[in-house]
Every structure is written in C-alpha cells, then in structure tokens.
Design a protein around this ligand. Structure first.
Ligand code: HEM
Length: 122
C-alpha cells in the first residue's frame, strides 16, 4: 500500500506545502513576530523532514524535540490553531485527500500540548 507520503506526491509536494505554509505564516502579522531572528531556511528543512516522516516518507527528522524548540516562544492556543489551519488549508489546496487531512489533523492534536505555552512543566 502506498504511504500517505507517496499519495500526496512525495518530496516535491512536501516541499511545495512547506514553502506555501511559511509564505502565509510569515506574512500574517499575528504570527510573524514569533519568527523574528529565526533561521528560516533551517526551519523549513526541519519542517520538511518532520512532515515527510509523519506522512510515512523516507526522511528522518533530526531537529530538536518539539517541546524544547517551542518552549521559549510562549505560543498561545489560538496561534497554534491558526498555524494548524494554515497547514490544513495549504495541503487541501495542493489536492490532499480526506484521509491525509485527517492524519495531519490527528498529528496536530497530538503535538499541541508540546508546542503551546505553559506545556514545559512536567
Ligand atoms: C502546528 C504544529 C507545529 C509544528 C509541527 C512545528 C514544527 C517545528 C519544527 C520542526 C521546528 C524546528 C525545530 C528545530 O529547528 O530543531 C520548529 C521551530 C519553530 N517553530 Fe514550530 N511547529 C508548529 C507550530 C508552531 C507555531 C504555532 C508557532 C508560532 C506561532 C511556531 C513557531 C516556531 C518558531 C519561531 C521556531 C524556531 C524556534 C527557534 O529556532 O528558536 N511553531 N517548529
């Protein structure tokens, strides 16, 4: 059976999705302040690897633990939801089917506790 990664269109599709995601995120005034001073090409590389892995593709994510990477940022739940909605919208716009979108929604639900503010406590 094809992985979600293969069905989504493989590396070109994931690259396109990550590019589109950061294009909208970085031009949204509610979100862009979080990214001040951040190395964006490196961030895109890590997000590409993570998304590839989540979809069952070949890449192994070597970035930081998501909790550690986001701990200093004080991300609010509405801002988390906004980025998640942008990601779903980008994937849908690239033709992702319902099963893929459901899988990504599941991942987003599972990572929220690691990424939003205040979650650093044990
Ligand atoms: C929706 C789920 C999210 C996922 C899967 C995700 C994924 C990632 C990944 C893979 C990295 C790179 C970690 C590294 O370089 O080692 C990262 C870093 C970062 N993320 Fe997220 N992220 C998410 C949500 C958010 C949200 C909602 C914001 C802000 C509104 C955000 C802001 C950042 C920033 C600013 C960095 C760079 C931190 C630094 O370099 O110090 N992320 N994220």
């Amino acid at each position: 059976m094809d992985t979600l990664y293969a069905r989504a269109g493989g590396a070109p599709a994931v690259t396109a999705a990550v590019e589109a995601l950061y294009r909208v995120v970085l031009t949204d005034d509610r979100l862009s302040p979080y990214f001040a001073g951040v190395d964006i090409p490196r961030l895109k590389d890590h997000m590409t690897a993570l998304l590839t892995q989540v979809l069952g593709g070949p890449s192994a994510y070597t970035g930081r633990d998501l909790r550690l990477a986001h701990a200093r940022l004080a991300i609010t739940p509405p801002h988390y939801d906004l980025v998640g909605a942008y990601l779903i919208g980008v994937l849908a716009g690239l033709g992702a089917d319902d099963e893929l979108l459901a899988a990504v929604r599941g991942v987003l639900a599972g990572t929220e506790a690691d990424i939003v503010a205040g979650s650093i406590a044990p």
